[in-house]
Design a protein around this ligand. Sequence first.
Ligand code: FAD
Length: 473
Amino acid sequence: MAVILGGGLGGLSTGYYLLKNGLYCNNLKVCLLEATDYCGGWIKSIRTKDYIFEQGPRTIRPKGPTGLNTLNMMQDLGLSEHVSAITPDHPAAKNRMIYVNKSLHLLPSSLKSVFKKNEPFSKPLIYAALNDLTQPHKSLNEDSIYNFVERRFGKEIADYAISPMICGICAGDAKEISVKFLMKTLFEYEQNHGSVIKGMVKSIFKENNNGNLEMSELAKRAKEERWNVYSLKGGLQIFPKTLMNYLKNKDIDIQLNSKVEELEFVDSSLVKVKKTDGQVLDASHVYSSIPSHVLAKLVNKQHPELAEHLKGIPFVTVGIVNLYFATDKPLVSPAFGFLVPPLENSPILGVVFDSCCIPDQNGTVLTVMLGGRWFNEKFGPDITKEELYNIAMKEIKSILKIEEKVAAFNVSILDKCIPQYVVGHYSRVDKIREYVQSKNLPLSLVGSSYDGVGINDVIYSAKAQVAQDCGQQ
Ligand SMILES: Cc1cc2nc3c(=O)[nH]c(=O)nc-3n(C[C@H](O)[C@H](O)[C@H](O)COP(=O)(O)OP(=O)(O)OC[C@H]3O[C@@H](n4cnc5c(N)ncnc54)[C@H](O)[C@@H]3O)c2cc1C
């Protein structure tokens, strides 16, 4: 029997791909153990007739092989009708803002705007390209994304474009996050061709492929219509719910309220999976999709060296304040929302204008994200939900000039919810996998701790791990 640890999207996708691979092409039984009373992990939607509050993720990117792969899965699960796309002409695709020097600024979104001066940038963005072409070559194995962008395109791009973007993607500090997290290809262009732009020009002549991925009708539509991002009508939680039911119907044994506290590796095809209720399961293989810091505790007794590597992956805590204003007219301009560069030293990371990007909402729905990499230094470990709500409201009033009464709200403190791919992350993950292989441990690592923090990455990583293990059978 194979045991999957964790019923977030990583664990559920592992079950899905085990089924797609004919459960190792024989009659392998699969059991998924989830600590809480629901599947979906950080994906949690509160839905009423007037609004949807997303406590975790809300949109998915359709681009690239990983994005198209997710759309294939969506179609296979019968979710095509739920998909709500944001196309390039939608205000949420065109209007993304940053908050700098006490005002909101629209980020350039067209080629034309690159030749104009856009505040808070002091020069037209085309100068950044010139900077890249004239910088001397610097040979490096790795770098932070901030350093890389500052070197190639200048400090303002690093401060006002990349730093807030990193806050939006992983609530992290661009000065710590590896360049390979988001800009691996651009970094390779720099290292191989001396400049990002020179590398880009050379790559135009190379064939662009999607990793030989077969495309479903939904994936083809996303490509043809050039979707920017998409959400799911009724809330994103419908995705893990549907996936869970799909697995259950195909006889995968899903056990909720089943927290695992220890893994005891007996030999290369037997692991004793010990639950907190005293039950022990014999597994021939374990797929761990739980956060790396949790897995560290489970393996610490037998494999302290592995536990140390796993513990080395840092995580950040994010505060989420969802707000609903029962207004006839929207209280904010049509846009995706805004991000706040860390330079501003604000308690908030940004605000998403949900009523613009997610369909079927009455009134104005906003989500304020707080803390992230700076959660502890700004709020300390004991901040209450009420205090977070008050901080979020103060910022909303001051930045968006909203005075209306909130009709409904929800506050969540998501403890250690996003792993940080800091400089050195990828070699750490290699070391972790090398350790597992060298000790012949029947253990595969999936989920957001290792191969990408977004929904697409987590699904694709499950697919890749299962395919690799199937090849080894
Ligand atoms: C606030 C926020 C916003 C985000 N926004 C986006 C977005 O807009 N787009 C996007 O693509 N991605 C986004 N992400 C990332 C996305 O949510 C994650 O990539 C994805 O949900 C991670 O899934 P996972 O299965 O790896 O981990 P998790 O969701 O953490 O699932 C792990 C599961 O393991 C269970 N578990 C833990 N310990 C044990 C144990 N001992 N025994 C058994 N079970 C255990 C947990 O209960 C949980 O259900 C966001 C994340 C957050 C936190």
